[in-house]
Structure formats: C-alpha cells, structure tokens
Design a protein around this ligand. Structure first.
Ligand code: SAH
Length: 465
C-alpha cells in the first residue's frame, strides 16, 4: 500500500489552493463540503469561485501565491494546471510544512484525493494508487447505486441517538435495535414521513426493543443456492450476516459458510444419499432449542429450501414451539443446471409444464406418473436421481417412452467442478456408471445441452469463466 487512507479532521483547519480554473473548481466543490477554512489564490478566478468568496464560504486573493501565503496550512492544492506554476507553488507550500497535492501529478504529490461516495456522515473513499481510475469510478457508481440516498440522514439521526440506545444491554439486543433501524424501520419512516418521522420512529423502536420479551429467537429457512456464493440472494446474505447459529446441510459449500457472521455457531446437520446422518427429529430439536435460547437461527439449505428439503417438517416443529420463522427462497439445482446447458425449463410447442421429481423417497425408489412422463416432449428435473437411474429408465420404457429421448445429467451445477453428461434414456445408466459422479447431480429427462443436441453421448468438464 503506497498510500494509507485516513479521515482528516477538517474543522477549522487551514487549506490553501492555488488556481482558478476547472481543476480548482473540482477540488473546491469537494473541500466546500468540509468545515475547513479555505483560501484561494487566483489572478483570474472562475465566476463560481468569486461567488463562493462573496458568500463568505472561502477567502479569495486575486493574485498569484507568494512565499508566506501557506503558513500554518495543513493541506495545499496546486491546481493551476501549469506544470511550472504548480512546481513553484508546491515548493512554497512544502517549505511551510503543508501536505501538498499537485493536480494530475501523482509522483510529486504527498497525498491524493480518493473517489468519494458521500452519504455524510457515512463516507466511502476509493483509491487505486492512480493505477485504475476507471475501476475507482466503477466501484463508486456501484456503491452510489447500492447505498440509498437517505443513508446519510439515517446515520446522522442515528448517531445522535446512540446514547439513548445504551439503555439496551450491549450485544445482541443493541445490535438488533440498530439493524432494525438501518435496514427496516428507518428507511420505511424516511420514505413515508421524512426526517421528523425518523426521529419519532427511533423513540418508538427503542420502546419496542426495550420491552421485547427477552430471548425472542427466530428461525430463517434460507436457500443457499447451488453452491456459487454469487448465486445467493441479498436476503440470504443479510440473514447470514446477523445469524447467531447456522445449521447447514452437507450441500452447502464452504465458500458460502465463509459468509456467516464470524461469531456465529456453525452446526452441520448433514444427510447423505439414502437415509439421514442426523435424524430429522434431531434437526428439528436443534432448531427449536437454539431459537428458544433466543438465537437468530439460520437453517441453511442447499438450493431452494422449498424443493425436496423437508421444509414443512421443520416449520411445523418451529411453529409448534411458538417460535417465529420465515423462508428466504434460493436458486434450486434445476434452475442452475438448466442454465449450465443453455436450455429453458419450459418451451413453447415443446413442454408447457415441467416436473420436479425425486429419484427416491423415504420408502426407496419413488413412484411417479410414468405414463404421463413417457409422452413425447415431456421434461422432468430429477433430483437425487443417480442411484435410481436404472429404475427410472425401466419404468419409462415400460410405459412407452422413446429410448432415444435425450437425458442430461449435470453434476456440481454452478460450482468450479461442474460436469455435464449428455446421453439418452437408453444409455443413461451405463453412461452414469462410467462417469463415476461423486458430487450432487441433477438429471434432466427430455433435455439435451443446447450445443450438443445432435452429438452422441459425451462428458465434458466445463470450465467456468
Ligand atoms: N433443495 C435443493 C435440493 C435438495 S435434494 C435444491 O433446491 O436444489 C438434493 C439433490 O439436489 C441432490 O441429490 C441433487 O440431485 C440436487 N442438487 C443439489 N445441488 C446441486 C448442484 N449444485 N448440482 C447438481 N445437483 C444438485
């Protein structure tokens, strides 16, 4: 790091700038946001600078900078846009002990001005050591879009309320109060009634949190998606950010677990292939026990919690214990897998419905409406279908399915080790045996990868960009 970011206290500090053109204006617009005492030296100042001087916002000297003009200045900007003049003024300021910035001259500057996202008092400074201004601008634009314009106002009002909030015990209770303010109640109040409403809301919110029954735990059933952390929803990320306890499935990848709050207790409730490694009752008990203790529990499930995830059993257990819960959907394996092969799940004139099937259920191989599935043009996404491949093939052929119907198996969808096996109903079991898939795999009946629609069975390890 060649430049170290700091936030400088500007109240009453003396800042001198030499220059009266565009570069000077750009710097002054930023400096005028602070409470520094600003002096400008410019023989021919732009009209805006003269206006600011007339309004008493800065002191203007309509002459070139001379020795003695930068005494006691903390910062000096050489903004004459003339290399010779900038070198002259910078030398004067340096001799007086000011930190010097020469506009557009990184090498001779002692400090640089970052790209700034201003949600005062929340200020984000972005620097790239001058290496990639385009990147700094892109990051700035991204943050500008993400941080609501009202954030600064909320933070300013919130800051004045910090003392009052100390009636709440330090730790989770206080954190919950502030999270509620910044992410829920505050923005809502701001939208409906502006600053006055925010102030009133803070008082109400504090009263509510003070009298909240101690230890009101909660369970969020959160979809972790197929494995790529970028396929998590923003709501899932927020839930992970605030979790006290995370109870996760074997399908959830380490990259996603990494995103949980550092202090969160992480519990694996793994189930493998057939039969659970931890019984469903034990998982239900875990959820209830931790929420009863007052924890914000995140029940993190691979894909979408509403798809083959025993969600109803868990909700029933949590609800029966009188605890609050909600569901955060995720991207299911079928969506991720179909994206990987460039197809859509439904298509006009091919299939107007798609079935999500499980290869097996609690009793063993799962039965389905094979006759309907065997009809031409049907598409099914088969979860947990690897071990039941022969059973499924047999049932479909018995009910008249075409042996040449395309079948695609996507292993580790949306993960770096994703593989696609394109085959036919006839070849599926043998090809699966050969492929020796060990990761989670989803089988599409009635779909071929877009690029390989006419190619014979093949397997590819897909490189993801
Ligand atoms: N709730 C999950 C499904 C749980 S059942 C979801 O919505 O995706 C577990 C099965 O999902 C696995 O046996 C496999 O068939 C499928 N699956 C889950 N993640 C997968 C992935 N990344 N790639 C391929 N299949 C996956």
């Amino acid at each position: 790091m060649e430049h170290f970011p700091i936030f400088l206290a500007m109240e009453g500090r003396r800042v001198v700038l030499s220059g009266g053109g565009e570069a000077a204006l750009a710097k002054l617009r930023l400096l005028l946001k602070t409470r520094a005492r600003i002096t400008v030296h410019a023989p021919r100042p732009a009209p805006e600078i003269a206006d600011w001087a007339a309004a008493g916002r800065l002191t203007l000297h309509r002459r070139a900078l001379a020795p003695g003009d930068t005494l006691c200045a903390a910062l000096f900007y050489a903004a004459d846009e003339d290399a010779q003049e900038d070198a002259r003024t910078a030398a004067i300021a340096r001799a007086d002990g000011a930190l010097v910035n020469i506009v557009d001259n990184l090498g001779d500057s002692q400090f640089i001005t970052p790209a700034i996202v201003d949600r005062d008092p929340v200020t984000v400074a972005i620097g790239t050591e001058g290496a990639a201004p385009v990147l700094a601008r892109a990051i700035k634009a991204d943050l500008e879009a993400r941080l609501p314009a009202t954030l600064g106002t909320l933070a300013r009002i919130g800051k004045a309320f910090r003392k009052a909030a100390e009636v709440l015990p330090f730790g989770r209770r206080r954190r919950d109060f502030w999270a509620d303010y910044y992410f829920a109640a505050g923005p809502r109040a701001m939208d409906s009634g502006g600053e006055d409403a925010v102030q009133a809301t803070l008082e109400d919110l504090l009263a509510r949190h003070r009298h909240a029954p101690d230890g009101a735990g909660h369970v969020a059933f959160v979809g972790a998606g197929p494995g790529d952390p970028e396929l998590l929803t923003l709501k899932a990320r927020k839930a992970l950010d605030t979790a006290d306890v995370v109870i996760f499935d074997r399908l959830v990848t380490p990259e996603i677990l990494e995103l949980a709050r550092r202090e969160a207790v992480m519990i694996e409730a793994g189930k493998q292939g057939y039969g659970p490694a931890m019984s469903q009752d034990a998982i239900n008990d875990l959820l209830v026990r931790h929420a009863r203790d007052g924890a914000q529990v995140v029940r993190l499930k691979g894909g979408d919690p509403t798809v083959f995830g025993r969600l109803d059993d868990e909700i029933a257990a949590v609800a029966a214990a009188g605890l609050g819960w909600h569901v955060v959907p995720g991207i299911t394996a079928a969506s991720a897998s179909v994206a990987a092969i460039g197809q859509s799940l439904t298509k006009r004139a091919r299939n107007s419905s798609v079935r999500l099937l499980t290869g097996h259920d609690m009793q063993g191989f799962a039965d389905h409406d094979w006759r309907a599935l065997a009809r031409p043009g049907e598409v099914a996404a088969i979860y947990m279908g690897k071990k039941s491949a022969r059973f499924i093939q047999g049932r479909l052929i018995m009910h008249g399915a075409d042996r040449a119907t395309p079948v695609t198996v996507v292993e580790n969808a949306a993960r770096p080790d994703q593989r696609v096996l394109a085959t036919t109903l006839e070849q599926m079991p043998a090809d699966l045996d050969r492929a020796e898939m060990t990761g989670p795999a989803l089988t599409f009946y009635g779909l071929a990868p877009r690029a390989a629609q006419t190619a014979p069975a093949h397997i590819t390890a897909q490189e993801r960009a």
